[in-house]
Design a protein around this ligand. Structure first.
Ligand code: ARG
Length: 575
């Protein structure tokens, strides 16, 4: 598609006298029945002080079609461009098939590094279902950035430090190590929930918890040993879920990793004269005169000397900068932490670190289950592992019914069940709150993961039915892919790489997910047509037509597989 766009830009630039960059900025993708691109003439008309339709007519009259561009016409204030559809079909299908799993890849990120902080759950709390959002959005972003040429560094900033651990150790003091010895992460969480409830009733316990955290900070052996065992236990539980999701990290550097860097952070801020005392605590002021909403000071050291989440994040940001030399640093964290990341960036900028501007909070909305927030502290959590179990189990039932012959039904069910949950998240703009309803998420119809995966399997099945290896693309075969149904597929395949690039620009995996849904819809319509009219079947009698159609189906298959992989989903060939 890029060659087609570039050529369009060049021809329109010559005809209009606008620079190629200006045309490229203005050019939009047209609705299929209007053509392929449209140049709105409002901006050039303003400059020329002429009515837009007149400018459009002039440009269209001067423009020359030819090469990849079939037709340039004016329609009101627009110049519409129609591409050589046969050539578009042929070049698109060839490019997608040649690229295979690398379809959609690009090189804008070459030489650049992005650090992605994602998942980052808290120890002693279960990996609740809402962590899915950070884990899956981050995992997909890593894949998307990598596809566009970036070097990626995936970091799991485990919540393994802080005053909460004082509470946990107090719980162990009060009720024993049962859950740790029994390797029971849920038991550990129950204890954490219980100690929070007890502390709420009896504030003297708060002091005892604080004393435990102090021991931990001071390196007390008993405290350290207990803490280590809690972290290991939780990590094992998290790892289990990561394995099921196919999620990996380059670095698991939790908050505790930065503990010995904390004095350095405090000293730096102090040395630069940024620390101020406020009610016994040390803070950095970060408000600006033009703030619409008040931005409170960033708390660096509490009155009891303990450091905070923000202090550790400051250390982490500096560490990532010197270790990875990032050009961009993403924090895939829920929208509720927006203020935290704003404060963080401002403290770093005040401390003379302009690279902090390359830090981006990538926020996402909450996950609602039955209309309420999935919580952890009160114990009413929906565990990710449980949701995955149920999804897989239900999908297996459906598959065994639909396709009783399928040999590895259990494996496929795992991929589809997990993929269904993942897709239900990634198809939404991340900032939206999402509602989880397993029933609709698992459906094989509608805008679901199983629907996309099933479309991929269907493309595979058509190719399997053909049996033999694909014949060469027939001479002039592009012209055989000329009807509206085929053109819709060609367009969706052709535009896939742009959508991947856009997903990276906006940190929005939903760009890819929604594009796959559009492609599936076109594919579904194409397939349905073939069941009504045998002449329109892919595996039709005429060998030349059949070859052209098979190449198109294969390009669809390639696009779906590449897209699913960018979302972190499997693409089974049968289901
Ligand atoms: N552990 C935190 C939480 O669950 C998220 C950490 C995000 N990453 C960061 N660098 N602050 O809320």
């Amino acid at each position: 598609m890029k060659a087609f766009r570039d050529e369009t830009v060049e021809r329109l630039s010559r005809a209009s006298g606008l620079s190629p960059e200006a045309v490229d900025r203005l050019l939009v993708v047209a609705e299929a029945d209007r053509g392929d691109f449209a140049l709105p003439c409002f901006v050039p008309a303003k400059e020329r002080k002429a009515p837009p339709p007149k400018v459009a007519a002039e440009i269209a009259a001067k423009a020359e079609a030819g090469g990849r561009v079939a037709q340039i016409t004016a329609a009101g204030p627009y110049v519409n461009v129609r591409l050589d559809r046969a050539r578009l079909a042929q070049e698109t299908v060839e490019a997608a098939r040649a690229a295979g799993p690398a379809w959609g890849h690009g090189s804008e990120g070459a030489g650049k590094t992005v650090v992605v902080d994602y998942s980052s759950p808290n120890v002693a709390k279960p990996l609740a279902f809402h962590h899915l959002r950070s884990t899956m959005i981050g995992n997909s972003l890593v894949r998307l950035y990598r596809a566009r040429g970036w070097r990626t560094v995936g970091v799991n900033h485990l919540g393994d430090w802080g005053t909460g651990f004082g509470k946990l150790l107090l719980a162990v003091e009060l009720w024993g190590h049962g859950p740790i010895t029994a390797q029971d992460p849920r038991g550990l969480n129950a204890m954490y929930v219980r100690v929070n409830a007890e502390i709420a009733k009896d504030p003297t316990l708060e002091d005892r918890a604080r004393a435990w955290f102090k021991r931990l900070e001071d390196g007390d052996e008993v405290a350290r040993d207990l803490w280590r065992r809690c972290v290991d236990l939780s990590m094992r539980e998290f790892q289990d879920v990561y394995d099921r999701l196919g999620v990996t990290f380059d670095h698991v550097t939790g908050e505790s990793f930065y503990e010995d860097r904390m004095p350095g952070v405090v000293a730096e801020l102090k040395g630069k004269g940024l620390l101020e005392e406020s009610e016994g605590a040390l803070v950095v002021r970060v408000d600006r005169p033009d703030d619409e909403k008040e931005v409170p000071p960033c708390l660096i050291v509490k009155s009891d000397g303990a450091t905070l989440y923000a202090t550790r994040d400051l250390a982490a940001a500096e560490y990532r900068r010197v270790t990875f030399h990032f050009d961009r640093a993403l924090y895939v964290v829920d929208v509720g932490q927006g203020l935290h990341f704003e404060q963080l960036k401002r403290v770093l900028l005040r401390a003379g670190h302009p690279w902090a501007d390359a830090m981006r909070h990538v926020p996402f909305g909450v996950l609602l289950i039955g209309g309420t927030r999935a919580k952890t502290r009160t114990g009413q959590v929906v565990l990710l592992a449980d949701v995955l179990d149920e999804a897989v189990e239900r999908v297996e039932g459906v598959i065994r019914e639909k396709n009783p012959e399928l040999a590895d039904a259990a494996e496929v069910a795992k991929a589809v069940g997990v993929g269904a949950v993942v897709f239900s998240d990634l198809k939404n703009r991340r900032i939206n709150d999402i509602q989880l309803d397993l029933e609709s998420v698992l459906s094989f119809e509608g805008k679901t993961g199983p629907y996309v995966m099933y479309s991929h399997a269907r493309a595979c099945s058509i190719l399997r039915k053909h049996g033999a290896a694909l014949p060469a693309f027939p001479q002039g075969g592009g012209a055989l892919l000329s009807d509206a149904g085929e053109q819709a597929l060609v367009r969706a395949v052709a535009r896939f790489p742009e959508r991947v690039a856009r997903a990276v620009e906006t940190d929005e995996p939903s760009e890819v997910a929604t594009h796959l849904l559009d492609l599936c819809e076109a594919f579904h319509a194409y397939h349905a047509r073939g069941s009504r009219d045998p002449a329109l079947r892919v595996l039709t009698e005429d060998a030349t037509v059949r070859a052209a159609r098979l190449h198109l189906v294969d390009a669809v298959r390639v696009t779906l597989a590449a897209g699913l992989s960018l979302l972190g989903m499997a693409a089974p060939e049968q289901m």
